[in-house]
Design a binder for this molecule. Structure first.
Ligand SMILES: NC(=O)c1ccc[n+]([C@@H]2O[C@H](COP(=O)([O-])OP(=O)(O)OC[C@H]3O[C@@H](n4cnc5c(N)ncnc54)[C@H](OP(=O)(O)O)[C@@H]3O)[C@@H](O)[C@H]2O)c1
Length: 303
């Protein structure tokens, strides 16, 4: 774990990550700073995490070994410009949680001296049950922090990772759920489509199931209880069983029975094709948003 961290943006995701860190580390073992314009955010971080609050980016706020960039994607270029101006010579391990801002874009905006890790958490992180994908290039670490032509970070314009950076970046996110590394940055677009946007698909499915259940004569509270317990139980079964979901599905589908009748209707509507097209749309949108950020003016030396 880094011994000093500054969170830039102290909103939902930053608070969730810091909450996980606070649960996993000894009190006072990490020097925590937060930069956020909202005084209410500062008050909460001082009270909950004994953090030092800064209402704006300053050189003092940038002295930490690790920076967590947790503002909205549309605020990221401005934040990076402020960081570049406030601490032009500082080099940090930078963890970005912003969707759709590529490593090369971050390096261009921040300057080439930082070691950058991108991550894509999801909303269940807010209750410690998220899954976060991380990307820092293929799985090898530069022996030192000098730019290295073989290192994907160097190709992106960032400094190479040093030993321990991957472990530290991962440790930051482990308090809010599971983590996994991807080896290709383009895979983060797929991750965004699957787990980043995924909770919304599940909520949409819950809504549809609850509406259909009440249409069949159940009252809304009964519908809610049945639907949530069914999803929770089926998900837990899929996770713990050695059998693939297809076999689990077949085991509850008797020929000519009720489940078969329902699944036949789903198949008529090409349910798998619908899901595939939905995920393709999400992934394409993720690519478009990244490309838009790629071409936005930034703060770094190439401005
Ligand atoms: N929430 C999720 O489930 C989730 C999932 C995956 C990824 N993420 C990523 O996490 C990031 C943060 O999302 P969030 O939901 O936590 O957003 P949020 O709750 O709106 O928090 C962002 C905070 O950053 C502040 N801020 C804006 N510009 C700043 C600056 N230049 N310096 C310091 N602070 C600044 C904002 O203040 P103002 O409100 O005054 O602008 C706000 O308090 C986003 O990039 C998002 O893509 C979130």
């Amino acid at each position: 774990m880094p011994d000093s961290i500054t969170f830039f943006g102290g909103g939902n995701m930053a608070s969730a990550i810091m909450g996980g860190l606070a649960r996993a580390s000894a009190p006072g073992s990490i020097r925590v700073q937060v930069v956020d314009p909202l005084a209410a955010v500062g008050t909460r971080w001082i009270r909950d995490f004994q953090a030092q609050w800064h209402p704006g980016v300053s050189a003092a706020a940038c002295t930490s070994a690790c920076w967590v960039l947790a503002v909205k994607p549309q605020d990221m270029a401005t934040l990076c410009a402020q960081l570049h101006d406030a601490a032009p010579d500082q080099s940090a391990l930078v963890l970005s949680v912003a969707a759709g801002i590529r490593l090369a874009t971050l390096a261009r905006w921040l300057g080439p001296q930082h070691r950058i890790v991108r991550s894509m958490p999801n909303t269940p992180a807010l209750i410690g049950m998220g899954i976060s994908a991380l990307y820092a290039g293929p799985r090898h670490e530069a022996a030192n922090s000098h730019p290295n032509a073989e290192d994907p970070q160097a190709r992106a314009g960032a400094a190479g990772l040093v030993t321990g950076d991957r472990r530290q970046a991962q440790a930051l996110l482990q308090g809010v759920g599971e983590t996994l590394w991807v080896n290709h940055e383009a895979q983060l677009d797929a991750v965004t489509a699957v787990s980043g946007s995924g909770p919304a698909y599940v909520f949409r499915f819950i809504e549809a199931l609850q509406d259909a259940a009440t249409a069949l004569g159940l009252d809304p509270e009964q519908a809610r209880q049945l639907v949530l317990a069914t999803l929770h139980g089926a998900t837990a079964l899929a996770r713990t069983s050695a059998l693939p979901p297809r076999v689990l599905r077949e085991q509850v589908t008797s020929k000519g029975g009720t489940t078969a009748a329902a699944l036949a209707v789903m198949d008529q509507g090409d349910f798998p094709g619908l899901i595939r097209r939905a995920l393709e749309a999400a992934a394409s949108r993720s690519v478009e948003l990244s490309q838009r950020a790629d071409t936005a003016p930034g703060a770094g030396p190439t401005r």
